[in-house]
Structures are given as C-alpha cells and as structure tokens.
Design a protein around this ligand. Sequence first.
Ligand code: DQA
Length: 143
Amino acid sequence: MKILVIHGPNLDLLGTREPEVYGKTTLAEIDKSIQDLAKKKGVGVRIIQSNHEGKIVEEISNSKEDALVINPAAYTHTSVAIRDAIVARKIPTVEVHLSNIYAREEFRHKSLIAPVAVGQISGFGMDSYLLGLKAAISCLKKK
Ligand code: DQA
C-alpha cells in the first residue's frame, strides 16, 4: 500500500507563514510525523511540495501510488486542472487543510476539490494530515 502526499503552494513557508493561522510547525516537522505514522501503519508514503499547478497535475497523473492525500492550499479554491487530474487518476483522494477553511474568508469556503475527493479534513493543524493519512489507509483497506 503506497500513498502520495502533496503539499500545495506556500506550504513550504510553514513555521514563519501567518503562524497565528497555520501554527509554528514547519513542513519538515509535518513530513516527519507523516513518515512516522506511515511506518507505524506499515504503508509507504512519498511526499512532495510544489508551488506550481502544472507540476501538481503531472505528479497526480504520473503517480503510481494507491491513494492521495492532498492539501491543495490556494489551488483548492481555483484549480479545475487539479480537480480534473484527480478525477482522471481515479484513486481515493483525501483533501486536507491545516486551518478550518469555513471559518475564514468567504472565498475559502468553496473547494473545487471536495466534490471529487472521498472526503475533506479541515481545521486540525498538523493532525489534519495524520487524520487524512488514516482515512486514506481505511479507504484502501475497504477496497
Ligand atoms: C490551506 C487553506 C487555503 O485556503 C490556503 O490558501 C492555504 C492553506 C490550509 O491548509 O489551511 O494555503 O489549504
């Protein structure tokens, strides 16, 4: 069982980026927790971060993994291309967000990704990724 984890734009800045919204945890710390949980659960993970929509589309299209956990970041609200790549790839996808996007500005309330994901986890900081990984594993086990 292999899972691809994708971090979208500006998530490389975690730790210093709006800590009042996203906390002080760095992306490297999040990735370490994801790797630790994956190891504990006996699944393989590959983690990437990109600020580029086309790169994210290509990573999804060319992926060999069985499931996807994605924080599309700002592309959540704009990217038909990432949504279409998820539909085309046909693997269970869990959308995650550090912040509760529904408690923020109105433009963040709309996700183009949520309707094509199995589900969405939003608002639990770093734990959103860990819950997302658990949800993806549980989807694969039911398959
Ligand atoms: C985010 C929420 C998005 O609205 C925002 O553009 C991000 C991060 C989150 O994890 O809370 O970059 O996806």
